[in-house]
Structure formats: C-alpha cells, structure tokens
Write a protein that binds this ligand. Structure first.
Ligand SMILES: [Zn+2]
Length: 392
C-alpha cells in the first residue's frame, strides 16, 4: 500500500515539473523541431513503403514477363501441333480417297471375274451338252488323225485357258482385297493419330488459357500496386512540402536577426519597366491563369541586385522554376526573395546589410528574358511587395 502511494506522489511531481517547464519556455520552439523530426520520420516510412511497393511491382513484372514468355513458347508449340493435326487430317482424307478408288477397282475386277466365270460356264455347258456331237463332228470333219488331235487339243486348250483366266482374275480380286484391307488398317492408324493430335492440341490450349488467366491476375495486381505507388508518391510530395514549411518555420523561430520596421531599399539601381505585377495573371509560357508571387522588373542581365534590408541569407541555390534565387530572412517572420539571377554572391547563413550586392540580374529558371522577380513573405505567405518598396 505504502509503495503505491510513493509512486503516485512521484507521478504527480513529474507532471508538475513538466507543466511548469512548458509554461516557462516557449512551446513552439521545441514543437516545430518535433514536428519536423516527426515529418522526416513519416517521410522515411513513406519512402521505405514506396520502395517496398516498387520492389513488389518489379517482382510482379518479372512474373508477368515469365508468363508472357511461357505463352509465346506455348503458342509456338500450338502452331506445331495444329500443323501436325492438319497434316494427319489431310493424310486421312487421302487415305479415304485411296480406299474409295480401291473399292472401285475391286468392283471392276469382280465384274471381270464374274464375266469370265459366266462365259467359261457357258462354254463348258455347251461342250458338255454337245459333247458327243462335237467330238463326232470333229472326227467327221477331220481329214486326218493329226487334225483330230489338233482340234481336240484346241478344245482342251480352251478349257485350260478359261480356268487359267478365272484363276488369274480371282487372284487379282484377292490382291485388291488385300490392298484394301491394308488401306483400311492404315486409315484406322491415322484416325488414332488424329485423335492423339487433337488431345495434344487441347492440352496445350488449356495450358495457355490457365497461364493467360494467371497473366491477367498479375496485370490486375500490378495495376493495384501502381495505384498504391501513386498514393505513396502523393504522400511523399505532401510530406516534402510540409518539411520545407517546417524548416522555414524553424528558421524563423531560430532567427538571428530582428526586423525593426524600417523601409526597404529598392533592390535595383535601374530597371526598364514592370513586366509582371503581383497577383493573378496569365502565365507567359503556359498560358494558364496563375498566381504570381512577386513583381517582375525587366532589367539588363548582369545588373547588381541589392539586399532590400539587413538579414540572414536562408536560401541561395538553383531551382528549375526560380533559377538561381536568394531568400533573406529579416526577422519577425519577414523575408525577401530574389529570383532568376545570373550569379549568386552570397551563401546560406551569411548576414547581409541593406544595400549589399547579393547577386546579378539574369534569366535562369522559368524565365522569358532577363528580369528580377522580387517577392516578400510574411510568416511563409507571399504578400504584395509593392508597399514594401514604396511603389504604392
Ligand atoms: Zn516573376
């Protein structure tokens, strides 16, 4: 019981100290720094998530490419299988034609055989029925034995001829029948091969269909991941601008200079004319209605640019839009900006006095000709610089 009470008292004491500290020190100083480090951590997290998604997309793209290559290879195999099938089907048709032809041959041969048989039968019948008479006639009409023998021989030869012819025709029929049987067997084999080729073709088509389905899934997943990538890139851009804002806020809070409310010096000794006013205008390059954050003074290139007031240089660098540009923090949230310089004479951290030459007029960045773009910022917001320069 006693122990718990001590803990409780300690807790209250810590809380009290924190409260007193937070009341006696400006809260924003540490909180901007905390916000900045939080934002930087968020940025790091978003970046690593983004990299993970990019890696995932790469992996999916590899799978997609593999699937595409597989389908290409299978398409080739399918073409070969289709050729094979067509070839076999043509062979089958040819074989069927051969069989039909052979059947015609067989029918013709059978007809010849039948006719031969019929005529032989007639001749034998005739000889049988008129046997005696013909032999008698043979004898009576013959003038010698030699002639009889000759004629008798002739009759025997006729019977022999008939028998021989009949056997020959029968054999022809048998040969054609054998040929037909062989063709029918070959046709059966071909039919089997066609069935096999059809199965093979169907199997390849199934593999292709399955892989195509997988490919679609990869494509869909890639699209999903790319959407996530876009979102993360948006988050990253937002965090970048938030970090930039916080950095500027921090710079203001840690300002080494104080603005005493004095009048700005005109930053140029000479200029031709104001080429663009502060505020909304049509952009000369893009033709879009755009907000113009400062006043453009057309001036010869190389003309010295002077610091409008005492302050600390917080930016002196190149950007694709502002070109070589300088930002001077004058303290109390007030800053001046000088864009499109041909040369930068100052560096970040440097304290400049009112009238110091900080750079030269140029046409760097998004610019159509040599000019000074002069902006004034209060607490990070652009305001009309005209009154600061005593122009109106
Ligand atoms: Zn401008």
């Amino acid at each position: 019981m006693g122990r718990r009470k001590i803990w409780k008292n300690k807790g209250i004491r810590v809380l009290m100290i924190v409260l007193v500290l937070s009341l006696s020190f400006p809260v924003y100083a540490s909180s901007t720094k905390d916000k900045l480090s939080d934002a930087e951590q968020d940025r790091k997290d978003a970046k690593s998530r983004l990299e993970a998604v990019q890696e995932k997309i790469q992996g999916l793209e590899q799978l997609r490419n593999d699937a595409k290559a597989y389908i290409r290879a299978m398409d080739e195999e399918l073409a070969v299988a289709e050729d094979n099938l067509t070839d076999l089907q043509e062979q089958t048709v040819k074989k069927e034609e051969e069989i039909a032809q052979t059947e015609l041959e067989l029918a013709a041969a059978r007809e010849v055989e039948r006719e031969q048989y019929e005529s032989m039968k007639l001749r034998i019948q005739f000889m049988f029925e008129n046997g005696n008479q013909s032999y008698l006639e043979l004898i009576l009409s013959s003038e010698s034995i030699a002639e009889i023998l000759n004629k008798a021989e002739y009759i025997t030869q006729i019977v022999d001829y008939d028998r021989r012819m009949l056997e020959e025709y029968k054999q022809t029929c048998e040969e054609i029948e054998e040929k037909e049987a062989k063709l029918v067997k070959e046709h059966e084999e071909l039919t089997d091969l066609v069935a096999q080729a059809e199965e093979e073709k169907a199997a390849i088509e199934l593999l292709i269909a399955k892989k195509a389905e997988q490919l679609q899934q990869y494509e869909a997943e890639i699209a999903r991941q790319e959407e996530e990538l876009d979102e993360l890139e948006e988050d990253l851009a937002e965090l970048d601008s938030r970090i930039a804002d916080l950095e500027e806020q921090l710079r203001r809070e840690n300002s080494r200079v104080i603005y005493d409310g004095g009048q700005f010096l005109f930053p140029l000794d000479f200029y031709y004319r104001v080429t663009s006013e502060y505020g909304w205008r049509i952009h000369p390059i893009y033709g879009t209605n755009k907000y113009h954050s400062g006043i453009d003074f057309g001036a010869p290139s190389g003309q010295p640019i002077k610091a409008a007031y005492r302050g600390e240089v917080v930016i002196s660098e190149y950007s694709s839009s502002a070109g070589n540009y300088i930002m001077i923090n004058h303290g109390n949230g007030l800053a001046s900006v000088y864009m499109h310089c041909s040369k930068l004479n100052v560096s970040v951290g440097q304290i400049v006095e009112k009238g110091d030459i900080i750079g030269l007029v140029g046409s760097t960045g998004n610019s159509t000709g040599p000019h000074l773009h002069f902006s004034v910022r209060i607490n990070g917001e652009y305001v009309d610089p005209g009154p600061y320069l005593g122009m109106y």
